[in-house]
Design a protein around this ligand. Sequence first.
Ligand SMILES: NC(=O)c1ccc[n+]([C@@H]2O[C@H](COP(=O)([O-])OP(=O)(O)OC[C@H]3O[C@@H](n4cnc5c(N)ncnc54)[C@H](O)[C@@H]3O)[C@@H](O)[C@H]2O)c1
Length: 361
Amino acid sequence: MKKININTQSRSYDVNIGKNVLTKMVSELKKSDGEVLFICDKNVYDLHREKIISLTDSRKHHLYLFNSSERNKTLKSVELIYKYLKKHNFSRTDKIVAIGGGIVGDIAGYVAATYMRGIQYYQVPTTLLSMVDSSVGGKTGVNFLNVKNLIGSFHQPEKVYIDLAFLSTLPDREIISGAGEIFKYAFLSDEENYLIIRDYLLKILLQRKFHENMISRCIQFKASVVEKDEFEKSGLRKILNLGHTFAHGFESALRFKIKHGEAVIAGVFCSLIISKKIGLITDLELHKFASDFEFLPVNTKVFRVDTENIIRYMKSDKKTSGIRIKLVLVSKPGNVFIDVEVTEKLIKESVVELSELFESV
Ligand SMILES: NC(=O)c1ccc[n+]([C@@H]2O[C@H](COP(=O)([O-])OP(=O)(O)OC[C@H]3O[C@@H](n4cnc5c(N)ncnc54)[C@H](O)[C@@H]3O)[C@@H](O)[C@H]2O)c1
C-alpha cells in the first residue's frame, strides 16, 4: 500500500493507494460516531455490488445512487442530495463518501462544501481520470447553463482511498479519457518525466496495465502544485489547466458528446500547435511530440466542431478574463507559460491544423 500526504493551506490529508484500502476506510468510518452518506455512481454499484454493499453495511451508513453524466452534474442534482441529507437529519459532524468517477467526486464534494457551510468528505475514485487527477486537490463543482464547472468551490477531502481493482470494469473509452489527464502531466515537469509518462501511457493503452506507481506519480505532481497554490492565486496551479480551456470549449460545443479526457487530449495538441504558431516550439518539435504520442486516439468529433461555437464557450471558461482568451502553453517539457493571450484567429487555425497534424504523423 502507498500513502501520499498532501499538505495544503486548509488541510493535510492522506491518499491511500492499494488493495485493501477500502477495508481500512470502513473500519475507520465504523469507529467514528456520525452518519455517513455514500454517494455512489449507479454503474459502479451495478458492477461492484458486493463490494459497495460491504462498505455500506452498517446502521449508520446510507447509500445514495447517482446516475453520472455531465447533464446531471447540476444544481438540481445537488438540491436532491441536500434534501436527502436534511430528511435524514445529517449534521455537521456527519460525513459524505464519494464513490465513482470525477462527476460523482465533483458533485459530492460540492455538496460537502456547502451543506451546513461544509462537512467532511472522502473520495473513493473508480475511474482512471479520477484516480490520477480529480479526487485530489479540492476543486468541486457543477455545470451551469451548459458551461463546465461554472459553479463550485475549493473543499479538500478528508481522505482519499484508491483501489485499482475498480479499473477492471472500466470501458476502453473511459481509459482513453483518463489517459488524457495523464498526457498533460508529460509536459508539466521535465524531460525525464515526459518519457516516464509516455511509457505509462503505452502500458495503459496498449496493454491495459495499471500500477500504483503510475497513479502515485500523477498525484504527487498534482499535490506538489496544489500545496504551493491551493486556490490558484499565485498562478502556479494554472499549469494544471494545460489543454483545458480548449477542452471545455470542445465539451460544451459538442454538448458533452465527447469525454472530458478526450477533449483534454485534443486541447493539449491544439495548445502545442499554438505554441508552434507563436514561436515557442519549432515545427519539427511539434511533429516529434505528435509522433511520440501518436498512439493516443484523438476523437475526430473535434475536427467537425463549429470553431465559432468553441470560441464562444472558451470565452465563458473560468480561466478567461473578460473577452480575451488566455491559454497555458509550453516550449518544452517543464517550460510552461500561463496566461498567454491568444487571438481567436490562432485558436480557429489550431483546430483546423489538428486534423492535418494527425494525417501527417
Ligand atoms: N475536480 C477536479 O480537479 C477535476 C479534475 C479533472 C476532471 N474533473 C471532472 O471530472 C469529470 C470526469 O470524470 P470521469 O472521467 O471520471 O467521468 P465520470 O465520473 O462520468 O465516469 C465516467 C463513466 O464511467 C463510469 N464508471 C465509473 N467508474 C467505473 C468503473 N469502475 N467501471 C465501469 N464504469 C465506471 C461512470 O458511470 C461514467 O459512465 C468531469 O466532469 C470533469 O470536469 C474534475
